[in-house]
Design a protein around this ligand. Structure first.
Ligand code: NAP
Length: 249
């Protein structure tokens, strides 16, 4: 097991996809997990049941990361119920793709509000708890689009690039308080978010990826658990890209 039994982890957007896989893997590695959901309460309860069925500990918690008050209310509850937080995985995110010349300001700001502001709200409150206890690990989920950019994703790429720069600053600020912060930047991972991508574009992608396939949520989760754990105790401010080798060098 990577974690001590007293380790408490929060994963936002854990009702589905990558967040779900992160919650399940962190629990398998010994964490008690707060399974964050926004609208998918039933799905989050299913994740909790899967964790408990495997002998782990978990509880579903509602939070809309785009809403500062909702985040504050969740962290108030965590402080009251547990008095600590050891691992915070900021995974909740949305995409609303469209070409830049046609992109409304609403579409741009809604993606930035959820992905970047949501990460900021959660990190700020997580850091207060972690700094107080003198330890903790934050893992923020960015994207390969946040590094290289992507056609039709100016809003999403801006939010994900922002998460990288934000986390580097956070890592510098928090190191003195015993808190580490790193980024995982996945390439194409098979989830609801990528379900609508047409088959010919998936074929194009897999033809240029050295590993010749898309990724699975678990392949992101294993890295998240490692970075969150003390096995990564000398890593902070780093960006780990999980993209099947799409960008090498
Ligand atoms: P997904 O299957 O669409 O799941 C999104 C998750 O985020 C859901 O659990 C959803 O919760 C939650 N969420 C959305 N808006 C929220 C909000 N305002 N507050 C709280 N939770 C919210 O997405 P995914 O593919 O697993 O993506 C997870 C993360 O990885 C995202 O940050 C995404 O940008 C990033 N990523 C994904 C890929 C990929 O190829 N899939 C690649 C790079 C990066 P509810 O269902 O409960 O509302």
């Amino acid at each position: 097991m990577l974690f001590e039994p007293s380790t408490l982890a929060l994963v936002t957007g854990a009702s589905r996809g990558i967040g779900r896989a992160c919650a399940i893997d962190l629990a398998a590695e010994g964490c008690e997990v707060l399974v964050g959901f926004n609208s998918g309460e039933d799905a989050a309860k299913e994740v909790v049941a899967a964790i408990e069925g495997a002998g782990g500990r978990a509880r579903a918690v509602q939070v809309d990361v785009a809403d500062e008050r909702s985040v504050k209310s969740l962290f108030r509850e965590i402080r009251k119920e547990h008095g600590r937080l050891d691992v915070c995985v900021n995974n909740a995110g949305i995409a609303e793709d469209g070409f830049l010349m046609m992109m409304s300001s609403r579409k741009f700001t809604s993606v930035v509000q959820t992905n970047l502001m949501g990460t900021f709200y959660c990190c700020r409150d997580a850091l207060k708890l972690m700094a107080h206890q003198g330890s903790g690990s934050i893992v923020n989920i960015s994207s390969a689009s946040g590094i290289a950019g992507m056609e039709g994703q100016a809003n999403y790429s801006a939010s994900k690039g922002g998460i990288i720069a934000f986390t580097k600053s956070l890592a510098r600020e928090a190191a003195g308080q015993g808190v580490r912060a790193n980024v995982v930047a996945p390439g194409f991972i098979e989830t609801d978010m990528t379900r609508a991508v047409p088959p010919h574009l998936i074929a194009l992608y897999t033809s240029v990826v050295p590993l010749r396939r898309v990724g699975q949520p678990e392949e992101v989760a294993y890295m998240v658990s490692f970075l969150a754990s003390s096995k990564a105790s000398y890593m902070t401010g780093k960006v780990v890209v999980i993209d099947g080798g799409l960008v090498i060098g």
